[in-house]
Every structure is written in C-alpha cells, then in structure tokens.
Design a protein around this ligand. Sequence first.
Ligand code: ATR
Length: 280
Amino acid sequence: MKINAKTKLCVVIGDPVEDSLSPQIHNAGYEELGIDDRFVYAACRISPAALADFVRGAKAMNIRGICSKMPHKLEIMRYLDEIDPVAKTIGAVNTVVNDSGRLTGYNTDWIGIVTPLEALASLKGKRVALLGAGGAARAAAYGVVKRGAELTIYNRTLEKAQLLADQFGGTARPLDDLAAIKSMDIIINNTSVGVPLSQNETPLPQEFITPNHIVFDAVYASGPTRLLREAKQRGAKVIPGTEMLLHQGMEQFRLFTGREAPEEAMRGAFLAALDSRENE
Ligand code: ATR
C-alpha cells in the first residue's frame, strides 16, 4: 500500500462492521491492477446516530466511495444528492459514489445475485423459487425478473411475499407450500435460516431438491450451509453466498475506480481471508 496525498479513500460502513472482509477484497483488487497508490479501502464502524455526520465528513474529506451495510442501507438515502433508479426501485442503497462532493447512491446487490446464476445458465424463461421476502430478497426479486425469469416468492409471512410479487411481478406462496419447487429450475435462499452455521437449520427440506436444480444460498456464511450441503448431496448445482458478496463488490469496484474488477485476485483474497479468520 502506497498512500499519498491524492490516494482516494473508500470506506465500508456498518454497525457492526468488524466482520466485513470488503477491505481485503477491494485492496487485493487495487494491488492486482497496480492502482493501490491511487485507492485504499478501509472499514469504519458508524452508529445510526452518527450517520449524518459521517456523510457530511465524507463529502468534506472527499471520500471516493461508501459501501453501506446494515443498518444504513435505507437511512443513507436521505443524505444523497441523487439515487440511481434501480436503487430506488429496490428501495436500498449499498454503494455511494462521491463525484467532487456530489453523492450518488446505487444498489449492486442484485448484480451479486444474477451474475453467479448467469455464469451457469441464462435466466430468461427460467422458473425461480425465491425463499424470503426481506430486504435482501428484494434485490434478488428485482434482478431475476429483470433478466426474464418467472418468479415464485415463498415466505413465512405470506403478506410480505405478496407485496414483493405485486411490486416486481411473480406469485406469492407460504413457506410451507413447497411442492411446486420440485419442477422449478433455480432456488435462491434469501431467508436468514441456516445462519449461524452452528444451528444447522435449512429453509428447504431436502426432499424438494432435485439434480436439475441450481441452488443459490445468497445468505453469506463463512462455510457451506446445511441447504448447500444437502443440495450438493442430491446432485444439484450450488452457489455459495460468498459469490453474491464477491460480485456485488466487483460492481462496486467498477463504480469506485472506473476499472473492471480482477475477479480471480479478489475471490482469492476473499477466500483466504475467510480461511484465516476461521483458523484464528
Ligand atoms: P434481510 O434484510 O437480511 O433480508 P430481513 O428483512 O429481516 O433480513 O428478512 C429476513 C427473511 O428471513 C424474511 O423473509 C423472514 O421471514 P418473515 O418475513 O416471515 O419474517 C425470513 N426468516 C427469518 N427467520 C425465519 C424462520 N425461522 N423461518 C422462516 N423464515 C424466516
């Protein structure tokens, strides 16, 4: 790292934020492209009460980019000069770009969902089962519908699934009415069931999983969830939540630096950082 007066600072903010591996992932990308003298990425714990001051300070310091994690993804929208229409539709901002004091909010979470899926198959015309209807599920619903998939949303609270279906297009079903999933192509878990790993829970009993499925556990965990282990045993293709985080971060990297993100270097740094944390 070669920090000098013109080095642009990017910051991930959350509360807590200590567990975020975004600094390792992005800094590895800067090094790989040889731009680590121009960009540096740090983590900063910001409480909800301090958010307004932080954003003001970010403008004053000319911080280049902000990655907003929970609990700031909704609240930060109040402090921005502009919000990208996609972020407005999803209703949350996870990425803020500062152009000479003008702050624009984006949402890259939906790209973290569609890119890993489309690396395996086109989403067009595919039948997607989305488990969950919270904040994270909104980005997934937006993304898969935008890419032409046919969406069914399963949620414990049916009313919330119905709200998402009404907004993004699709059908709502309760989480205990899973039979139709067997004939679908893709299953995305955006419920929090399965994390922490120690609880060994799954949102989807394994008898509903077939070898024809692609199963994406979009919820980030430091190792394979029970859902992913069972899906693999049953012959399905699986995508771990680390891919969601990597690809939303790669899009954020592009917005902050104007450069394509070096995928392998960033994935390598991410998985190595996860490993070393597990072994601490
Ligand atoms: P996030 O922002 O991470 O999506 P969230 O908005 O709290 O978090 O959403 C959590 C999702 O996990 C919701 O879909 C929630 O279902 P409800 O809408 O019925 O609350 C789902 N969820 C959480 N715990 C669950 C459980 N034990 N069983 C089934 N679904 C659960």
